[in-house]
Design a protein around this ligand. Structure first.
Ligand code: THU
Length: 141
């Protein structure tokens, strides 16, 4: 589909991905913030994974939609993320929070694309100079 330097383009059906994110958003458990979030992503093998936020009475324990998306990625066969989108309860595209950008980075193909509030961006644009698995590998090499 792509090499290490070329971001994926062309084949990504952002509308379909957003529809999956909206469906996931409807499953959110967000009684505290009342801000449901749904996320969806295309995996390297072409399947779509999704997630919703799951809040907790102990607020800090809340799981963002990206957390359940990454769990679904691994629970349904692994692989990496090629393209990602995320919506709120009004179906508006929102940015993944800082923590979740790091979470997505760990599981992304190089150059993964995100639908953002400022258009299609690569993971490197939304998380510049990221710390990641390669830093640990290099340190221990
Ligand atoms: N939230 C997400 O699920 N993902 C994000 O990237 C941003 C924030 C959730 C967490 C919390 O349940 C609610 O949105 C309000 O912050």
């Amino acid at each position: 589909m792509s090499d290490d330097t070329t971001p994926f383009s062309g084949d990504i059906d952002w509308g379909a991905l957003r529809t999956e994110a909206e469906d996931a958003m409807k499953k959110a458990y967000a009684p505290y913030s009342r801000y449901p979030v749904g996320a969806a992503a295309l995996a390297t093998d072409g399947r779509i994974v999704a997630g919703c936020n799951v809040e907790n009475a102990s607020y800090g324990v809340t799981l963002c939609a990206e957390c359940s998306l990454v769990s679904m990625l691994h629970m349904t066969g692994g692989g990496q993320l090629v393209a990602f989108t995320c919506v709120n309860g009004q179906g508006e595209v929102i940015m993944p929070c800082g923590r979740c950008r790091q979470l997505l980075y760990e599981h992304s193909v190089p150059g993964m694309l995100l639908e953002t509030v400022s258009g299609i961006r690569s993971i490197d644009e939304v998380l510049p100079d990221a710390f990641g698995p390669r830093d640990l590998e290099e340190f221990h090499a």
